[in-house]
Ligand binder design. Structure first.
Ligand code: AHN
Ligand code: ZN
Length: 244
């Protein structure tokens, strides 16, 4: 409906515990003929167990994922709607990665299976883009987005450009300049395997960690703040429409 070319990547992925995941990365491309393009991404799966829930009885239930998954997708769907009304000058791919959240903190590289698959098997070869922006947990209350270490290692210029734009817009209370945490998220594989400089806008800080609702039964719509979605959406939209 928004004028994109859609590619669905269907694949069976092997999870750390032997589970076979029927996975599907969903890719929407605008101006697919140009290499002057950027990548916007989020994960669309949610974790099938609330293993961080304070109440043991809840830990067998799936995470609703209002923030952890859906918030990033929501911002990208709104950007897709805007792009249909007014095309940016650059080409865009929105990639919704699957199988991000079926992992174990005990097993290296067990998260982000959909992005690992895409980075090794891009939907187009060679896949070229100027940079990428990953959105993860961008809808919670009292958000704090700091530049994480993977973003600053692989794509410092992009991170600085996005955080500077946020400051210009008056959002330096949300896009803070304190040092970000160290974490592996989908952007790590986009950087390390697909060679595209990619940053992560994620509610995460060293020492503090993820928001309190993370991987709990409380990751529900009532915990979403529309103002947070608006701030992140505005920053990404302003970055996108300034590109030539
Ligand atoms: C790890 O916990 C290893 N990575 C965090 C990626 C993640 C999970 N993002 C959302 N849920
Ligand atoms: Zn998660």
């Amino acid at each position: 409906q928004y004028g994109a070319q859609i590619t669905e990547q269907e694949v069976v992925l092997n999870a750390y515990d032997g589970t076979r995941l029927q996975a599907r990365n969903i890719i929407a491309s605008w101006k697919s003929e140009t290499n002057n393009r950027i990548l916007l991404c989020a994960h669309w799966d949610s974790r099938p167990f609330c293993d961080e829930d304070p109440i043991p009885a809840n830990r067998m239930q799936p995470v609703m994922g209002a923030n952890d998954g859906a918030s990033g997708v929501a911002v990208l769907l709104e950007i897709a709607r805007l792009m249909a009304q007014h095309a940016p000058r650059v080409g865009v791919d929105i990639i919704l990665f699957d199988a991000e959240d079926y992992g174990s903190s005990q097993v290296e590289h067990s998260f982000c299976l959909g992005s690992q698959y895409w980075a090794k098997n891009p939907h187009k070869r060679p896949y070229i883009a100027r940079f990428g922006i990953l959105l993860d947990m961008v809808g919670g209350k009292n958000p704090v987005f700091a530049k994480d270490q993977v973003s600053m290692l692989f794509a410092p210029d992009i991170a600085n450009m996005v955080w500077d734009k946020a400051a210009q817009l008056g959002y330096s209370n949300v896009f803070v300049s304190t040092e970000g945490g160290s974490l592996i998220d989908d952007h790590y594989y986009v950087n390390a395997l697909a060679n595209i400089p990619c940053i992560d806008i994620i509610h995460f800080q060293n020492e503090v960690g993820f928001p309190a609702t993370w991987h709990t039964s409380d990751d529900v719509i009532e915990q979403i703040d529309r103002h947070t979605l608006q701030v992140v959406g505005t920053v990404v939209t302003e970055v996108l429409y300034q590109l030539k």
